[in-house]
Design a protein around this ligand. Structure first.
Ligand SMILES: Cc1cc2nc3c(=O)[nH]c(=O)nc-3n(C[C@H](O)[C@H](O)[C@H](O)COP(=O)(O)OP(=O)(O)OC[C@H]3O[C@@H](n4cnc5c(N)ncnc54)[C@H](O)[C@@H]3O)c2cc1C
Length: 402
């Protein structure tokens, strides 16, 4: 019997994960990526316990833990360094795994290597230009270099600005700017020396009058380092051109002004950083349909969430596992499978998008009195509800063998 073959657009996080699960399901796939190998790009990223279970199903959880930092505790501080609350957030005894903080580039490399080791072809320099989905014929993807690929179905894993989405579901909403700029980078762990704040299992989140500064251990390569990120409320989206041209030194100088006087090691982390990335934080909500004909969207292409909930990569990998599971049994009726997939996923991802928006919704600069109230509220709230806040999201499981 002829095996089902899938065309996957995008070799980010969702694309290689999708191909690996399809292989487990007995379906062949080839991945087409617009750019060259992007394995060295990106800032720090979290994989929550629910995402670690997906990697475990692929046999990659240990490798990810070896290349990242295993974090179970969240510590909230104010800008002066006073502890507002600290609690075990991702308890491995309860959820099977803690959270892993890892450079996006490392996670990406692990997934791409695993796909290549399993003989899954990844074609670089293949920017999607068109899709043809006619009854009785294979689905055809046409690329800007003039080449084409044929398959039984096409999976758009091409990120928040998905071209697959624009081609097949042009009525979909566009990504929305959330009013926050995200900046993240890596610094050598020595920047935190003497601060008493770099326990190996703790994510530190400091809240000022408007800004936010988060940091934790992370392990790019073998060096023990700090991964950090900030959210800055702004009035307008920063033009892409401006982001491309801003220098590391200028960004650091601006950040040092904004975070002047914050508790140690914040200023030291910024000062000692030598890789930094900045982006407008966007999300994508309410994409009503994720599929048409034999084409379906997964990951950020279908539902992108702001990074504040730390779930973008994890939910994209969940999509991949569930879709492969649903495609596993021979049927030919993709419409029904795709419908079942969207139905099973939509409420979960919508609620996480909302949650991420709430977490990042600090667009106003607060007065000192408002800051004191906010800290008091957070202290009480986190003590009462902190450990339970993410429990439902972390406890989600897909059982491959059921
Ligand atoms: C370069 C990069 C850096 C990132 N850095 C971070 C980070 O530091 N922290 C963080 O939390 N999240 C980061 N993200 C986002 C994070 O990886 C995603 O939100 C999440 O993992 C969802 O994955 P995804 O595979 O759906 O989308 P993505 O990871 O965005 O992958 C989409 C892939 O599709 C490719 N693509 C786009 N258009 C086309 C086209 N027309 N034809 C073919 N291929 C196409 C893209 O080049 C990309 O490789 C980054 C994403 C990218 C692309």
């Amino acid at each position: 019997m002829k095996r089902t073959h899938a065309i996957i657009i995008g070799a980010g996080i969702a694309g290689p994960t999708m191909a690996l699960f399809l292989k487990k399901a007995g379906i062949t796939a080839a991945i087409y990526e617009a750019y060259g190998d992007l394995s060295d790009i990106g800032g720090p990223l979290n994989i929550a316990p629910n995402g670690m279970h997906i990697l475990h199903a692929l046999g990659l959880a240990q490798q990810v833990m070896d290349h990242g930092a295993v974090i179970d505790t969240n510590t909230f501080l104010n800008a002066k360094g006073k502890c507002i609350a600290s609690f075990v957030n991702a308890d491995a005894r309860k959820f099977g795994f803690a959270t892993v903080s890892i450079p996006r580039a490392e996670l990406h490399r692990i997934l791409v290597d695993a796909a290549q080791e399993q003989g899954i072809p990844i074609h670089y320099g293949k920017k999607l230009k068109n899709i043809r989905d006619r009854e009785g014929q294979p689905v055809i993807a046409a690329f800007e270099d003039g080449t084409t690929a044929a398959g039984d179905l096409l999976i758009g894993a091409d990120g928040i600005n998905s071209f697959t989405r624009s081609l097949v579901l042009p009525e979909s909403p566009s990504p929305e700017f959330t009013g926050v700029i995200g900046i993240g980078g890596f610094t050598d762990a020595s920047a935190a020396e003497g601060s008493g704040l770099l326990a190996p299992n703790v994510m530190y989140m400091s809240f000022g009058p408007g800004e936010f500064f988060g940091f934790s251990r992370i392990c790019p390569g073998n060096a023990s380092a700090i991964g950090w990120w900030v959210n800055l409320p702004v009035d307008r989206e920063v033009p892409k051109e401006e982001i491309r041209n801003v220098s590391l030194e200028k960004m650091k100088a601006d950040l040092l002004i904004r975070f002047k006087g914050w508790h140690a090691p914040v200023e030291n982390i910024i000062r000692n950083t030598n890789t930094l990335m900045m982006h407008n934080i966007q999300d994508l909500h309410n994409v009503r349909r994720w599929h048409k004909g034999r084409v379906i969207l997964i990951g950020d292409a279908a539902h992108a969430m702001a990074p504040h909930a730390g779930q973008g990569a994890s939910t994209s990998m969940e999509d991949a596992m569930l879709l492969a599971k649903l495609l596993r049994d021979p049927h030919g009726n993709y419409g029904q499978v795709f419908e079942d997939f969207q139905l099973a996923r939509q409420d979960r991802v919508s609620s996480i998008i909302e949650q991420a928006r709430k977490y990042g919704n600090s667009k106003k600069i607060l007065s000192p009195v408002a800051v004191a109230f906010r800290d008091l509220f957070m202290r009480v709230f986190m003590r009462l509800f902190g450990p339970r806040l993410n429990a439902r999201v972390y406890a989600y499981r897909i059982h491959w063998n059921e």
